[in-house]
Design a protein around this ligand. Sequence first.
Ligand code: SAH
Ligand code: SF4
Ligand code: F3S
Length: 465
Amino acid sequence: MNEQKRQYEFIEKCKDMLSKRNKQLSACVVNFGCQMNARDSEKLVGILSEMGFEMTDSEDADLVIYNTCTVRENANNKIYGRLGGLYNMKKKDPEKMIALCGCMMQEEHVVEKLKTSYSFINLVFGTHNIYKFAELMYQVLNEPDTFHVQIWDDRREIVENLPSRRKYTFKTGINIMFGCDNFCTYCIVPYVRGRERSREASDIIREIEAQAADGVIEVMLLGQNVNSYGKGLKQEINFAGLLARVDEIDGLKRIRFMTSHPKDMSEELIDVMAKSKKICRHMHLPMQSGSDRILKEMNRHYTKERYLYLVDALRNKMPDIAITTDIIVGFPGETEEDFLETMDVVEKSRFDSAFTFIYSRRTGTPAAKLPQNASDEEIKDRFDRLLAAVQNSAAESAERLTGKVMEVLVEQRNEKDDNLVTGRLSNNSVVHFPGDESLIGRIVPVELSECKGFYYLGRQTRDGI
Ligand code: SAH
Ligand code: SF4
Ligand code: F3S
């Protein structure tokens, strides 16, 4: 029997068991990671909904799943902190089920610690066997007092066509590849997500067509390094080729992708973007450092000069594009001189926004063995200077659009003010403006009346397009 069919059978079995209980069970999936994890959570929610669970945002639920991240140490600490809260809830409600999954579970020392100190957990599984979730849930329902663990080191197989339930009706992420083979020396992702494997283009296109037919107008193509998409596939295709095919899908209005690695970024990709009306004017291009020496130590395979060239090439072909980045401060051995090279790239690139991180030592990565020469104070000081520079360039580039009328895809009600809705421009900037729920999922023209640094306040100018 094929794997997909097996899992559907387990969904049915769980559904059957749950329907015999005299209570509607609820489930809550909390996501701690990146867009990949968010997409995995949609798959978990899809399976749980099929089983008959009622989904909720409250951790008071009968089943709580933490989908974890381990890219930096503080991501792990957050989980241990929150587990304490779940334990207190379970003491009051012993039938409460608690499951943990995601990248952090792929680390042996984490699972050991959970087994010994957090034995109230019902289920722990990893990133490689997420497609077996229905089967694992069946075990939990049958043996609710056991600590079930199943972690696999890696897998090749990609199981297609399992249920998933989108968080938003009008947009979703689409995995185009899994894993990462780049082994940047600071990064744990290749160890917890396994080897890079691309999905067949025909499977991706079929999935997006089905989503578009079901009302999705924005897709985000997901991979740790989308620019190397296509390796090892039966049918030869690269990322630019895939994008061009996605661009032709009827019904889609916006196409995004994440993450691009500068070492594999091609002119062909820039051309496909420039020609398209649907591919958003946004490029997230993590630079990590501006120092050639540090880039080499990080195993990034590009130079400061190449990075600046790519920024120029993007802006030349698409003057309205927003370029955003990730930067790490305090990589082992980083000197003030190295740091100033990073500041120089920030100065020259005029990023529209940047995620800045203090280097976090991850056990098992090559950089974890390198000595750290800078003090915590020095690193903090560099971080503060970098943040100020990044905020300055972000505010400056945002200011350029003030007063203009732009298309906004409305995503949700404003979290703080019920009279406002919140949406995004093609370049990914956030806009708040007066409106109601009926606008959610629509693209409307909005005048960007006021720039607040990293978001806009606006007003709708006429009915949706
Ligand atoms: N695949 C993406 C990034 C995934 S992780 C890429 O290559 O760009 C997201 C970001 O977390 C990275 O871009 C990096 O800036 C940051 N990061 C990864 N490992 C880190 C570490 N050990 N310490 C601090 N930041 C880290
Ligand atoms: Fe990590 Fe580098 Fe892979 Fe990105 S490309 S996930 S930073 S190893
Ligand atoms: Fe975190 Fe895993 Fe994403 S470690 S950043 S959730 S791939």
